[in-house]
Design a protein around this ligand. Sequence first.
Ligand SMILES: O=C(O)CCC(=O)C(=O)O
Ligand SMILES: [Fe+2]
Length: 759
Amino acid sequence: MEATVSLNQAGDGVEVVVLLPPELAQPADVAVEVVGDDALLVQTAGGDSLQVPLPIAVDPDTGSVKLRRATGRLTFRASAAKRAVISATTAGANGGSGSNNGQQQGASSGPPPMPPMPVPVPLPQESPKEEAAGAQVAATAPTAEAPAQPTEAAAVAAAAEALAAAPLLSSSNGDLHGPTANGSSHGAAAPTPSTAAAAAPSGGRSGSGSASGPAAAALSAGPAAARAPPLSLPKHASAPPPPPPRSPGAASVGSAASADDAALYADFFCNSPPAMPAGARAAAAAEARSAPTEGLPSGSSSPDAAASDAPPPPSPAAAKAAKLADAFTPTDGTSSRAAGFSFTAPELPPPPPLPPGLPPTAPPIDCRYLAVANGLRVSAHAPTAAMAELLGLRPAAPSPAAARRQAERVEAILGKVAATLDAYGYAVLDNYISDAAILAARKELSVMEPHYSPGLIWVGSEAEAGAQIAVGGVRGDVVLWLDDAALNATAFVKDGVRRDCGFMQLQQLLADVDELVFEGLRPRLPYLAGLHRRSDAMMAIYPGKGARFAKHVDNTTGDGRRLTVLTYLNPGWEERQGGALRLFPVRQGAAPVVDVPPLAGRVALFLSAEVAHEVLPAFARRHAVTLWYFDAGEHAAALTAARVMPGASSRPSAQAAATALLRDLLADEATSGIEPTPEGCAALGTRVAALEAGAQQLLAAVLGLPSTAALVEAMRALTPDSLRRRREELRNMGLGTQHHAPDTSSYMQQEGRTGRVAE
Ligand SMILES: O=C(O)CCC(=O)C(=O)O
Ligand SMILES: [Fe+2]
């Protein structure tokens, strides 16, 4: 890449022309960030990067960058509000030559600026959210097409207008650092049966489930300032404005990048700090300093303190130690879990009512600002980024003022997410994963798609007893469990054929979600204080054709899962394609049904034991990643219970026989071998009576019967009607049934009974 730079006529903007590599397909592949106060960092998803020094100092929060795909042209503008500052700085920086001359100033190597070429380029079929990106950037600051808007109202209006116009844009004015400025090392989860055989784990990353490779660590080594003190959740004060009345039926959360939410953009991108007068800011800073900081690891400081005192950054070893300590120590909370891991499943308190003043449906929260950091880290995995680092092309840490603003902005977004989850029991985050990261992860997964298997549901009356079976009418997806070994594999073997694979981008995506949960939310919400690990990643594809997942609650038996987190990987998803996640919130005063379309980059969070949900029929291929985060105490109790399970029923043959029978018993009438006729029921009774004892024990436990004798008797007494009813119940899986096995994998492994395909 090459760049030239020139000041515009008014002196409040800079035009940067970057020649992009010809193979660059779309603007989503380019991330641009203001670094320090006077440089742009341009990075492609392929790992190329270029630092462009600017002839003027600018404010990273109020500048914007625009990219035209057709011409590979970038325009950088500083906001009108900053003009005075810019002029003054420019005068100093350029020896008083002034900035209104329009002449080329800080040109680096490369050809002269290209004239604008308004050649539209057709969008690719699966286009990422270009419209949203366009609106976003336009809302950030004035551009050549949208002149400076001095007031908040005007900025909001510009945002709304831009949403309608949606030019071809993609860029970011963002923060190099994620929510807490590091790659997470959490998520080293117990293995779960994986359908992919991880044939050749990569040596360099052995033993680590973390996605934070060396390059990522280098890129994300930011100020610890991003770690904010726990929030006292502003349930009333931060209430977003009520949404406009909606048509009856389920509320739909739409997208945070819609005109309805222009206020959010204004909040985060137009009028972000420093909006407070200097005096008020100082007072707020003093107040923040005196505020209690419990929950913070020792040695960390508030954003303000970090910014003004600029403490030296901790050594990498110290930072790693602090992070590990933080990861495994509950950071807050009043229950016994705060002191360690209790071994009794904690009772969740009854859900509180929705605080007054909040809209019945939680508005989606725009997290693009955080996604910028994610996008940059994704590209950091490429070797060229490491090379840039070595050559000193990477910018130094941002200035203290810029770091403080970044931390404040991150804090505001995370605070909003925590407050929303707290108030509603669910939250929807938009644009948390960048388009580039989504596309990259999908590409990595595409090689595995033939190896997804039908999703299983867990049936059983207790956490420790039951079976996993596939019942298409209940759950129509196919899934691929990716554990640490699979995520680190470089090849897999299936049917004797070896194929290369690699999941760097996916690992980064998972690390970003882990970071959100463990470092963004756990310290802020007492009932998440005990989160200690998460499940393996469950990749799911609903193949279209109306595939769905019936209504259910994820954790009804105290299996340890506290938070369910879904990430959607569907560029260009349209509402008419269905496939919305339908939530059934239970908070008094909240909308009882909320539909969440599976838009790319969207992350939906909800409390696993509280919020029933289903996937509405999907009429296009729908990709999702599901992660469950475990509460340490409840999880330990569930694992202990699984370990003391009696022996006979745990034999593989017993499990297989019970599963086969259950599948027949509960499957669609069309696909089951058991007819709902008197003859069919009689045959069933005979079949159950002939099963091995272990299988009978399992079935009895699954169906909630006290003994194997009771099971045989119940099966003999089954009538066509009661069989139909039982099937119907399962299809409308309600609160009494869970569909995922509790994480008993350590037990399963001891017994050598993992479901792993070892080829
Ligand atoms: O994909 C979704 O939106 C939800 C899937 C789900 O409920 C589950 O896997 O438990
Ligand atoms: Fe679920």
